[in-house]
Design a binder for this molecule. Structure first.
Ligand SMILES: Cc1ncc(COP(=O)(O)O)c(C=O)c1O
Length: 330
Protein backbone atom coordinates (compact mmCIF):
# COMPACT_ATOMS: atom_id res chain seq x y z
CA UNK A 1 0.00 0.00 0.00
CA UNK A 2 1.19 3.50 -0.82
CA UNK A 3 0.41 6.63 1.18
CA UNK A 4 1.01 10.11 -0.20
CA UNK A 5 1.78 12.54 2.62
CA UNK A 6 3.51 15.46 0.89
CA UNK A 7 2.21 19.01 1.41
CA UNK A 8 0.51 18.52 -1.95
CA UNK A 9 -0.37 16.96 -4.20
CA UNK A 10 -2.47 14.86 -1.86
CA UNK A 11 -4.29 11.58 -2.38
CA UNK A 12 -7.50 11.78 -4.36
CA UNK A 13 -10.83 10.43 -3.19
CA UNK A 14 -12.10 7.61 -5.49
CA UNK A 15 -14.97 9.90 -6.51
CA UNK A 16 -12.48 12.52 -7.70
CA UNK A 17 -10.50 9.94 -9.65
CA UNK A 18 -13.67 8.67 -11.29
CA UNK A 19 -14.72 12.20 -12.19
CA UNK A 20 -11.38 12.86 -13.91
CA UNK A 21 -11.77 9.74 -16.05
CA UNK A 22 -14.99 11.00 -17.70
CA UNK A 23 -15.20 11.59 -21.45
CA UNK A 24 -13.89 14.99 -22.56
CA UNK A 25 -16.47 17.66 -23.38
CA UNK A 26 -16.24 20.86 -25.41
CA UNK A 27 -15.43 23.94 -23.40
CA UNK A 28 -18.03 25.82 -25.44
CA UNK A 29 -20.89 23.44 -24.54
CA UNK A 30 -23.83 23.79 -22.15
CA UNK A 31 -22.43 20.90 -20.13
CA UNK A 32 -19.22 22.85 -19.63
CA UNK A 33 -21.17 25.95 -18.57
CA UNK A 34 -22.84 23.83 -15.87
CA UNK A 35 -19.50 22.42 -14.73
CA UNK A 36 -18.02 25.91 -14.40
CA UNK A 37 -21.05 27.20 -12.53
CA UNK A 38 -20.88 24.30 -10.12
CA UNK A 39 -17.16 24.84 -9.38
CA UNK A 40 -17.59 28.58 -8.86
CA UNK A 41 -20.66 28.16 -6.66
CA UNK A 42 -18.88 25.76 -4.32
CA UNK A 43 -15.57 27.63 -4.44
CA UNK A 44 -17.39 30.76 -3.26
CA UNK A 45 -18.57 28.82 -0.20
CA UNK A 46 -14.97 27.96 0.65
CA UNK A 47 -13.38 31.30 -0.24
CA UNK A 48 -16.36 32.90 1.56
CA UNK A 49 -16.90 35.46 -1.14
CA UNK A 50 -19.70 36.43 -3.48
CA UNK A 51 -17.13 38.09 -5.76
CA UNK A 52 -15.32 36.89 -8.84
CA UNK A 53 -13.48 33.58 -8.82
CA UNK A 54 -11.67 32.22 -11.86
CA UNK A 55 -10.63 28.68 -12.67
CA UNK A 56 -7.11 28.55 -14.04
CA UNK A 57 -5.43 25.71 -15.85
CA UNK A 58 -2.24 26.15 -13.88
CA UNK A 59 -0.37 25.06 -10.82
CA UNK A 60 0.06 27.45 -7.88
CA UNK A 61 3.13 29.19 -9.31
CA UNK A 62 1.26 30.47 -12.34
CA UNK A 63 -1.69 31.52 -10.17
CA UNK A 64 0.74 33.78 -8.26
CA UNK A 65 1.93 35.14 -11.59
CA UNK A 66 -1.66 35.83 -12.69
CA UNK A 67 -2.07 38.03 -9.63
CA UNK A 68 1.16 39.96 -10.07
CA UNK A 69 1.12 40.26 -13.86
CA UNK A 70 -2.44 41.60 -13.84
CA UNK A 71 -1.91 44.14 -11.04
CA UNK A 72 1.55 45.50 -11.63
CA UNK A 73 2.56 48.38 -13.84
CA UNK A 74 6.31 48.91 -14.16
CA UNK A 75 7.60 50.70 -11.09
CA UNK A 76 4.60 49.91 -8.86
CA UNK A 77 5.83 49.37 -5.33
CA UNK A 78 4.84 46.03 -3.89
CA UNK A 79 5.73 44.87 -0.40
CA UNK A 80 6.60 41.17 -0.22
CA UNK A 81 7.97 39.85 3.07
CA UNK A 82 10.17 36.79 2.70
CA UNK A 83 10.15 33.97 5.25
CA UNK A 84 10.63 31.00 2.97
CA UNK A 85 11.04 29.68 -0.54
CA UNK A 86 7.61 30.69 -1.82
CA UNK A 87 7.89 34.28 -0.63
CA UNK A 88 11.28 34.46 -2.32
CA UNK A 89 9.78 33.17 -5.56
CA UNK A 90 6.89 35.63 -5.30
CA UNK A 91 9.32 38.54 -4.94
CA UNK A 92 11.34 37.35 -7.95
CA UNK A 93 8.20 37.04 -9.97
CA UNK A 94 6.98 40.53 -9.01
CA UNK A 95 10.31 41.91 -10.17
CA UNK A 96 10.03 40.07 -13.47
CA UNK A 97 6.66 41.75 -14.04
CA UNK A 98 8.22 45.16 -13.46
CA UNK A 99 7.29 45.71 -9.82
CA UNK A 100 9.52 47.67 -7.47
CA UNK A 101 9.79 45.09 -4.75
CA UNK A 102 10.05 46.33 -1.19
CA UNK A 103 11.00 43.37 0.91
CA UNK A 104 12.15 42.35 4.35
CA UNK A 105 13.74 39.10 5.37
CA UNK A 106 11.92 37.54 8.27
CA UNK A 107 13.48 34.60 10.10
CA UNK A 108 12.39 31.39 8.41
CA UNK A 109 10.72 29.96 11.52
CA UNK A 110 8.20 32.83 11.69
CA UNK A 111 6.05 34.93 9.42
CA UNK A 112 5.39 38.66 9.10
CA UNK A 113 4.60 40.43 12.37
CA UNK A 114 2.17 43.33 12.76
CA UNK A 115 5.04 45.62 13.80
CA UNK A 116 7.04 44.74 10.68
CA UNK A 117 4.05 45.52 8.48
CA UNK A 118 3.36 48.85 10.17
CA UNK A 119 7.01 49.78 9.86
CA UNK A 120 6.84 49.31 6.08
CA UNK A 121 4.08 51.90 5.76
CA UNK A 122 6.01 54.43 7.82
CA UNK A 123 9.12 53.83 5.73
CA UNK A 124 7.61 53.70 2.25
CA UNK A 125 4.39 55.54 1.55
CA UNK A 126 4.44 54.53 -2.08
CA UNK A 127 3.77 50.86 -1.44
CA UNK A 128 0.53 50.18 -3.30
CA UNK A 129 0.26 46.45 -2.93
CA UNK A 130 1.04 44.03 -0.11
CA UNK A 131 1.55 40.53 -1.40
CA UNK A 132 2.28 37.68 0.96
CA UNK A 133 2.36 33.96 1.43
CA UNK A 134 -0.22 32.94 4.00
CA UNK A 135 1.20 29.50 4.63
CA UNK A 136 4.92 29.11 3.91
CA UNK A 137 4.97 25.47 2.89
CA UNK A 138 8.77 25.36 2.81
CA UNK A 139 9.04 26.14 6.54
CA UNK A 140 5.69 24.96 7.94
CA UNK A 141 4.79 28.46 9.13
CA UNK A 142 1.45 30.23 8.87
CA UNK A 143 0.21 33.78 9.39
CA UNK A 144 -2.24 33.39 12.26
CA UNK A 145 -3.48 36.99 12.37
CA UNK A 146 -4.40 37.52 8.75
CA UNK A 147 -7.45 39.56 9.80
CA UNK A 148 -5.25 42.09 11.63
CA UNK A 149 -2.83 42.22 8.71
CA UNK A 150 -5.61 42.83 6.22
CA UNK A 151 -7.12 45.49 8.50
CA UNK A 152 -3.83 47.41 8.49
CA UNK A 153 -3.40 47.08 4.72
CA UNK A 154 -6.98 48.22 4.13
CA UNK A 155 -6.67 51.13 6.60
CA UNK A 156 -3.80 52.35 4.44
CA UNK A 157 -6.00 51.99 1.36
CA UNK A 158 -3.68 49.41 -0.25
CA UNK A 159 -4.33 46.19 -2.12
CA UNK A 160 -3.77 42.82 -0.49
CA UNK A 161 -2.72 39.71 -2.42
CA UNK A 162 -2.64 36.40 -0.55
CA UNK A 163 -0.97 33.22 -1.75
CA UNK A 164 -3.08 30.62 0.02
CA UNK A 165 -1.86 27.76 -2.17
CA UNK A 166 -1.27 25.45 0.78
CA UNK A 167 -3.90 26.77 3.20
CA UNK A 168 -7.20 27.70 1.57
CA UNK A 169 -9.70 25.04 2.51
CA UNK A 170 -7.55 23.89 5.45
CA UNK A 171 -8.20 26.94 7.62
CA UNK A 172 -10.78 29.73 7.42
CA UNK A 173 -9.75 32.54 5.06
CA UNK A 174 -12.96 34.58 4.69
CA UNK A 175 -11.86 36.52 1.63
CA UNK A 176 -14.69 39.04 1.46
CA UNK A 177 -14.83 39.77 5.18
CA UNK A 178 -11.07 40.27 5.35
CA UNK A 179 -11.08 42.43 2.23
CA UNK A 180 -8.47 40.31 0.45
CA UNK A 181 -8.18 41.67 -3.07
CA UNK A 182 -6.64 38.65 -4.72
CA UNK A 183 -6.57 35.26 -3.06
CA UNK A 184 -5.31 32.23 -4.91
CA UNK A 185 -4.97 28.56 -4.23
CA UNK A 186 -4.07 25.29 -5.92
CA UNK A 187 -6.57 22.46 -6.21
CA UNK A 188 -4.02 19.87 -5.15
CA UNK A 189 -3.51 20.78 -1.49
CA UNK A 190 -6.20 21.49 1.10
CA UNK A 191 -8.99 21.13 -1.45
CA UNK A 192 -7.82 17.58 -2.20
CA UNK A 193 -8.30 18.03 -5.92
CA UNK A 194 -5.99 17.13 -8.79
CA UNK A 195 -2.73 19.01 -9.50
CA UNK A 196 -2.66 21.35 -12.48
CA UNK A 197 -5.62 23.57 -11.66
CA UNK A 198 -5.97 26.68 -9.50
CA UNK A 199 -8.58 29.14 -8.29
CA UNK A 200 -8.17 32.89 -7.94
CA UNK A 201 -10.55 35.45 -6.44
CA UNK A 202 -10.55 39.09 -7.54
CA UNK A 203 -12.19 41.95 -5.59
CA UNK A 204 -13.80 45.08 -7.05
CA UNK A 205 -10.84 47.13 -5.82
CA UNK A 206 -8.40 44.78 -7.54
CA UNK A 207 -10.46 45.15 -10.73
CA UNK A 208 -10.12 48.92 -10.56
CA UNK A 209 -6.35 48.52 -10.53
CA UNK A 210 -6.35 45.83 -13.22
CA UNK A 211 -8.56 47.89 -15.52
CA UNK A 212 -6.57 51.08 -15.02
CA UNK A 213 -3.27 49.38 -15.71
CA UNK A 214 -1.37 51.02 -18.56
CA UNK A 215 1.08 48.22 -19.39
CA UNK A 216 0.05 45.10 -21.29
CA UNK A 217 -0.53 41.81 -19.49
CA UNK A 218 0.63 38.71 -21.43
CA UNK A 219 -2.50 37.70 -23.30
CA UNK A 220 -2.66 34.08 -22.08
CA UNK A 221 -2.87 35.23 -18.46
CA UNK A 222 -4.90 38.42 -18.93
CA UNK A 223 -7.69 38.33 -16.34
CA UNK A 224 -9.69 40.92 -18.29
CA UNK A 225 -10.06 38.33 -21.01
CA UNK A 226 -10.97 35.73 -18.37
CA UNK A 227 -13.71 37.98 -17.06
CA UNK A 228 -15.30 38.38 -20.48
CA UNK A 229 -15.43 34.62 -20.92
CA UNK A 230 -16.39 33.74 -17.37
CA UNK A 231 -19.50 35.88 -17.74
CA UNK A 232 -20.69 33.15 -20.12
CA UNK A 233 -19.20 30.41 -17.87
CA UNK A 234 -16.32 29.73 -20.20
CA UNK A 235 -12.56 30.15 -20.22
CA UNK A 236 -10.77 32.07 -22.98
CA UNK A 237 -8.57 29.12 -23.93
CA UNK A 238 -8.91 25.34 -23.81
CA UNK A 239 -8.89 24.43 -20.12
CA UNK A 240 -7.95 21.12 -18.48
CA UNK A 241 -11.58 19.97 -18.62
CA UNK A 242 -11.00 16.64 -16.91
CA UNK A 243 -9.11 18.25 -14.05
CA UNK A 244 -12.07 20.58 -13.70
CA UNK A 245 -14.32 17.53 -13.32
CA UNK A 246 -11.96 16.36 -10.59
CA UNK A 247 -11.96 19.72 -8.83
CA UNK A 248 -15.74 19.93 -9.06
CA UNK A 249 -16.07 16.57 -7.31
CA UNK A 250 -13.44 17.49 -4.69
CA UNK A 251 -15.32 20.69 -3.84
CA UNK A 252 -18.63 18.79 -3.66
CA UNK A 253 -17.07 16.42 -1.13
CA UNK A 254 -15.93 19.35 1.05
CA UNK A 255 -19.38 20.96 0.89
CA UNK A 256 -21.07 17.64 1.74
CA UNK A 257 -18.79 17.08 4.72
CA UNK A 258 -19.12 20.73 5.75
CA UNK A 259 -16.46 23.40 5.28
CA UNK A 260 -16.18 23.88 9.07
CA UNK A 261 -15.61 20.13 9.53
CA UNK A 262 -12.95 20.20 6.81
CA UNK A 263 -11.14 22.98 8.71
CA UNK A 264 -11.58 21.10 12.02
CA UNK A 265 -10.14 17.97 10.48
CA UNK A 266 -7.01 19.84 9.38
CA UNK A 267 -6.67 21.35 12.83
CA UNK A 268 -7.05 18.04 14.65
CA UNK A 269 -4.69 16.20 12.31
CA UNK A 270 -2.02 18.89 12.69
CA UNK A 271 -2.25 18.82 16.50
CA UNK A 272 -1.96 15.04 16.47
CA UNK A 273 0.99 15.12 14.06
CA UNK A 274 2.88 17.76 16.07
CA UNK A 275 2.38 15.79 19.29
CA UNK A 276 3.55 12.56 17.68
CA UNK A 277 6.57 14.20 16.05
CA UNK A 278 7.66 15.84 19.30
CA UNK A 279 7.20 12.71 21.36
CA UNK A 280 9.32 10.85 18.80
CA UNK A 281 12.18 13.30 19.25
CA UNK A 282 11.62 15.48 16.18
CA UNK A 283 12.16 19.24 16.35
CA UNK A 284 9.36 21.30 14.87
CA UNK A 285 10.86 23.95 12.65
CA UNK A 286 8.37 26.76 13.30
CA UNK A 287 8.14 28.77 16.52
CA UNK A 288 4.96 27.61 18.26
CA UNK A 289 2.79 30.67 17.53
CA UNK A 290 3.58 30.43 13.84
CA UNK A 291 3.09 26.69 13.38
CA UNK A 292 1.13 25.85 10.28
CA UNK A 293 -2.14 23.98 10.57
CA UNK A 294 -1.82 22.44 7.15
CA UNK A 295 1.88 21.55 6.75
CA UNK A 296 4.23 20.25 9.45
CA UNK A 297 7.97 20.80 8.95
CA UNK A 298 10.30 19.02 11.36
CA UNK A 299 13.88 17.81 11.71
CA UNK A 300 14.53 14.24 12.83
CA UNK A 301 16.40 13.44 16.04
CA UNK A 302 20.21 13.70 15.93
CA UNK A 303 21.85 10.87 14.10
CA UNK A 304 19.02 10.40 11.61
CA UNK A 305 19.79 11.78 8.17
CA UNK A 306 16.61 13.46 6.84
CA UNK A 307 17.38 12.47 3.25
CA UNK A 308 17.75 8.82 4.22
CA UNK A 309 14.61 8.99 6.36
CA UNK A 310 12.59 10.27 3.40
CA UNK A 311 14.05 7.57 1.13
CA UNK A 312 13.42 4.83 3.69
CA UNK A 313 9.82 5.94 4.20
CA UNK A 314 9.28 5.97 0.45
CA UNK A 315 10.67 2.43 0.38
CA UNK A 316 8.01 1.49 2.88
CA UNK A 317 5.29 3.12 0.77
CA UNK A 318 4.93 6.47 2.54
CA UNK A 319 5.91 9.55 0.53
CA UNK A 320 6.76 12.70 2.44
CA UNK A 321 8.64 15.76 1.19
CA UNK A 322 12.22 16.75 1.90
CA UNK A 323 12.99 20.23 3.20
CA UNK A 324 13.61 23.01 0.70
CA UNK A 325 16.48 25.49 0.34
CA UNK A 326 18.76 25.74 3.42
CA UNK A 327 16.00 24.24 5.62
CA UNK A 328 16.77 20.85 4.08
CA UNK A 329 20.19 20.91 5.75
CA UNK A 330 18.96 21.60 9.28
C1 LIG B 1 2.68 28.59 -0.64
C2 LIG B 1 2.95 28.07 -2.03
N1 LIG B 1 2.93 28.93 -3.04
C3 LIG B 1 3.16 28.53 -4.30
C4 LIG B 1 3.41 27.20 -4.58
C5 LIG B 1 3.67 26.77 -5.98
O1 LIG B 1 2.69 25.88 -6.38
P1 LIG B 1 2.94 24.81 -7.54
O2 LIG B 1 4.05 23.92 -7.13
O3 LIG B 1 1.60 24.14 -7.61
O4 LIG B 1 3.24 25.58 -8.77
C6 LIG B 1 3.43 26.26 -3.56
C7 LIG B 1 3.73 24.86 -3.79
O5 LIG B 1 3.92 24.06 -2.92
C8 LIG B 1 3.18 26.72 -2.24
O6 LIG B 1 3.17 25.85 -1.23
Amino acid sequence: MKILMTPGPVELHPRVRKAISRQVISHRSTEFHKLTESIIENARKIFKTSGDIFILTSSGTLAVEYALANLLDPGDAVFIPVYGVFGKRMAESAEQYGGRVVSINVEWNKTLSIEELEEVFTRDNNVEIVSLVHNETSTGTMIKDLSRISEIVKNHGKLLVVDAVSSLGGVPIPVEKLGIDICLTGAHKCLAGPPGISLISVSDEAWRKILSKSSKTPSYIDLRKYRQFMEKHETPFTPAVNLMYGLDEALKIIIEKGVENWWRNHHECSQFLYEELESSGFTIHAIKDYRSITVAAASPPQGINPKILVEEMEHQGITIAEGMDHISRI
